[in-house]
Design a protein around this ligand. Structure first.
Ligand code: ADP
Length: 320
């Protein structure tokens, strides 16, 4: 009997999830497996929102942002009783293994399901790049390029008006979106969970840039959930020669057609996830480390320390 796999997307959506869905589906069909798309994450799984996929089900989805499977949050999935309902649904459809695309919450659900006898493979899909066990997550590159596009435009207008733009970016307690943006747009200041936030230091730095280096404009990239971007912009107006202006980019960072890099990453990861399933592995997640696609136990990915970005922060500081 053909091996049957289910696929779902869960947690926050990210551009490139569709490319991963396509790769998993095509790679599995090619290996003679049957594929079932599960709508709306674990919520849809519990409710039995399951449809069989063929090759055509994933045609023309690669270029689209978001996820054709939909995503949802189901906090109750932490309860074993609720997960038992999910297992029942999978049994009903005779689905043997599950590929889940999402963030660390999604991984926790996958690990618990594996412990209940359903082999699960996680694929990291989130713009935040906040998952250990991979250098990059699917969606990060697209979000970075979306942010960059916005910041480049802000720079044009802020240099005409002697402004300092404070741009708040997402990241969910991970500073990578802020750091990579700051490096790639040549920002003057980056504030992230890794740098910490010292308001006096930021003001002093901007004063120096203005008085000594005669900068006509400045860009401050701020990670979300650290301080209020508007309040910081007011402080900048009050204490420096720049007119501070805040821009909170919000959910546009999650949208858009995935970049080539994200499509390729998602495709490689999706293909590899099916290989892991074929090998009978469960409770693993796919990652990219030093440009090699690897499988890592989810447990390890959830409990390991994130690699330090200190060298990149130091480089950023040297080049301002
Ligand atoms: P992300 O996967 O992006 O981190 P969430 O943290 O919202 O997003 O997790 C997505 C879903 O994963 C949750 O809505 C819930 O259904 C499931 N989940 C999260 N944490 C756990 C857990 N500890 N055990 C089981 N399922 C979980």
């Amino acid at each position: 009997m053909a091996h049957k796999i289910g696929i779902l997307t869960s947690g926050g959506d990210a551009p490139g999830m569709n490319a991963a869905i396509r790769a998993v589906t095509r790679a599995a069909l090619k290996r003679g497996m049957e594929v079932y798309g599960i709508m709306d994450g674990y919520k849809g799984l519990v409710k039995g929102k399951i449809v069989e996929f063929d090759r055509g089900s994933v045609s023309d989805i690669m270029i689209r942002g978001g996820t054709i499977l939909g995503s949802a949050r189901l906090p109750e999935f932490k309860d074993e009783e609720v997960r038992k309902e999910a297992v029942e649904q999978l049994k009903k459809y005779e689905i043997d293994s599950l590929v889940v695309i999402g963030g660390d919450g999604t991984y926790r659900g996958a690990l618990s399901l594996t412990e209940m006898g359903i082999n699960c493979i996680g694929i990291p899909g989130t713009i935040d790049n906040d998952i250990v066990g991979t250098d990059f997550t699917i969606g990060f590159d697209t979000a970075l390029n979306t942010i960059l596009d916005a910041v480049d435009k802000l720079r044009d207008t802020s240099s005409s008006h002697h402004r300092c733009s404070v741009v708040e970016v997402m990241g969910n307690h991970c500073g990578d979106l802020a750091l990579y943006t700051a490096i790639s747009c040549g920002a003057e200041v980056v504030i992230s969970p890794e740098t910490g936030f010292d308001e006096d230091k930021v003001i002093k730095r901007l004063q120096e840039l203005e008085r000594i280096k005669k900068k006509r404009h400045a860009i401050v990239i701020l990670s979300e959930k650290i301080t209020n971007a508007h309040k910081l912009a007011e402080k900048i107006t009050e204490n420096t020669g720049f007119a501070g202006r805040a821009t909170v980019l919000g959910h546009i960072q999650r949208g858009g057609s995935p970049t080539a890099n994200d499509r390729i990453l998602a495709t490689r990861m999706g293909d590899y996830a099916v290989k892991l399933i074929e090998e009978g592995k469960g409770g693993h997640c796919v990652g990219i480390i030093d440009n090699e696609i690897v499988g890592v136990p989810i447990d390890k990915a959830l409990h390991e320390e994130r690699q330090s970005r200190k060298r990149m922060y130091d480089m950023f500081d040297r080049l301002v």
